[in-house]
Design a protein around this ligand. Structure first.
Ligand code: FAD
Length: 487
């Protein structure tokens, strides 16, 4: 049988291994870390378990599809629930909004608490669904780099609707048109952060995201986000895929413009296909350094990064849910700091993810595991130690004001993740969470294709290449890529 080697066991690498194993390839995965999953991993500290990176889960059928491909019943291996409330939102003035999954209930809540006509919610989600219907087939399920994509009937239908797809205005402009209350504009602007972009710059096309959360649904894997990695890793091994951990690939071997294998620990490993799941920018700097560099793609601005405090909190807060947002009083200033000043605003929007709400064994009795995160600029060599110390103080003061408590004495354990560590741990350029940012109209076209145009048998998957970052898109990148290999 033909042999494929995969560089990196991020969620896209694991998913690619499953797809190729099902097609009959002999697959070997080489991973620099001692564990699989890359950004989608977990940490444990003194009785507290935390999902290390991603916490929002949409499009679970992308995971289930992999079990079905292997002829297994996904329900037996990967269980998840639909969330009744997508997120709890808090503002400094005491306003609290529950974003109920049921659209009518959410519209009611917004009308009661913000005086915003509920019809504005349904109109906004209708527009969001419209964008999804027209763009998903084109941008999420196909390669943008093959001519067939642009000449198929879906594409033609979409050209005719360019105006309505939000290409010509920013997300913030579109939301200001839709909503009267600035709090609702802020709530819907936050969706830009789902792929590390700036709502004041990114095209309104990104209003596709609320459709995923409301119309399709927000979910939680019963065993935590890490179960996505664990269950797919197990499936991949059951299909005969071999994993090599602590093995950092040094080079992709190329002969006569054809990838013929990899070099790892000074050994040459030959293969018919080489699949790169490592961040594209750092891949061209290291394992592909001798190859032609796609400069335009490499130089695109990166998405934002994150500063996370994993806190074990020795008290329960009944007002907190799985996803909680404490909004900044000045969102524009906050994003100017992240994307223009390369710094952290003194009043950042704080996100707290608490898996122990749904999975009580993630924290000791009467305690909670707070994954406390703010969006921060990607790493440009800032004085992070100073920024982190200031941010920690500001976050605690903000939470104290809104929750009317004193958080500091409740913190029993602490671990910190910052842009520098994200880069070291997963080799992501500048510690960006989602590869390139989507802060301009052309971003979708300036991501690396799922194949190399100059080297045969070399393919790409993962959050830094087409169609983009985030778990669902990473899984789709592996799908698009394996379809190409088949063809
Ligand atoms: P990565 O996870 O980037 O993994 C790449 C792997 O390649 C790593 O394991 C690395 O060690 C390995 N590697 C690199 N170089 C080499 C080499 N030379 N040899 C061998 N192995 C190598 N997404 C969501 O959908 N929802 C969220 O809520 C969300 N929140 C996030 C929060 C944080 C803090 C972070 C960091 C990310 C978040 N994301 C979220 C994004 C999501 O985690 C990523 O898009 C996705 O996990 C990336 O997967 P990937 O397949 O590209 O590989």
């Amino acid at each position: 049988s033909k042999k494929a080697v995969i560089i990196g066991s991020g969620i896209a690498g694991i998913s690619a291994s499953i797809r190729l194993a099902v097609k009959g390839y002999e697959v070997e995965v080489f991973e620099a870390n001692p564990f699989p999953g890359g950004k989608l991993s977990e940490i444990e500290i003194k009785g507290y378990r935390f999902d290390a990176g991603p916490s929002l889960f949409t499009l679970p059928e992308q995971v289930e599809e992999l079990f079905l491909l292997a002829g297994k019943n996904p329900k037996e291996f990967f269980e998840y629930i639909k969330l009744p409330v997508a997120c709890n939102y808090f503002w400094e003035d005491g306003t609290r909004i529950n974003a109920f999954a049921e659209v009518d209930k959410f519209a009611d809540e917004v009308e009661r608490k913000l005086g915003e006509p509920g019809s504005h919610i349904s109109e906004s989600l209708r527009q969001s669904a419209f964008i999804y219907e027209h763009l998903a087939p084109l941008f999420m399920h196909r390669s943008l780099h093959q001519i067939q994509t642009w000449t198929n009937p879906d594409a033609l239908k979409s050209y005719l609707k360019m105006g309505k797809l939000g290409i010509f205005s920013t997300m913030n402009e579109a939301n200001e048109k839709l909503f009267d209350n600035p709090k609702l504009v802020q709530l819907f602007n936050r969706y830009a952060t789902y792929n590390g972009s700036n709502p004041y710059e990114t095209p309104a096309t990104l209003n596709i995201i609320p459709h995923l959360e409301f119309n399709i649904g927000a979910y939680f894997p019963k065993k935590g986000m890490h179960a996505i990695t664990q269950s797919l890793f197990q499936l991949s091994k059951d299909l005969g895929v071999t994993y090599h951990f602590d093995q950092k690939v040094e080079e992709v071997l190329v002969e006569n413009k054809k990838a013929i294998g990899i070099k790892v620990r000074n050994e040459h490993i030959h293969a018919d296909l080489v699949i790169n799941n490592m961040d594209m920018v750092n891949a061209y700097k290291s394992i592909l350094r001798k190859q032609k560099q796609p400069k335009l793609l490499l130089n695109q601005p990166k998405s934002s990064s994150a500063l996370i405090f994993y806190w074990g909190i020795k008290r329960k807060f009944p007002e907190l849910d799985l996803h909680n947002i404490f909004f900044s009083d000045n969102y524009l200033e906050e994003f100017d700091h992240i994307f223009k000043k390369g710094s952290i605003y003194h009043d950042p929007t704080v996100y707290i993810n608490i898996t122990s709400v749904y999975k009580p064994d993630d924290a000791p009795a009467d305690c909670m595991n707070w994954f406390t995160m703010i969006n921060v600029p990607n790493n440009q060599g800032q004085d992070w130690d100073k920024l982190i110390a200031e941010a920690k103080k500001n976050i605690i003061h903000k939470l104290n004001r809104i929750l009317k408590t004193d958080v500091e004495p409740l913190i029993e354990v602490e671990e910190i993740l910052d842009p520098r560590k994200i880069e070291i741990k997963t080799s992501s350029a500048q510690g960006a969470l989602y590869g390139n940012s989507s802060n301009n109209k052309f971003a979708a076209f300036l991501r690396h294709a799922n194949y190399s145009s100059s080297i045969k048998n070399l393919y790409f998957c993962g959050g830094s290449v087409h169609p983009g970052g985030g778990i669902p898109l990473c899984l789709l990148s592996a799908k698009i890529m394996s379809k190409m290999i088949e063809e």
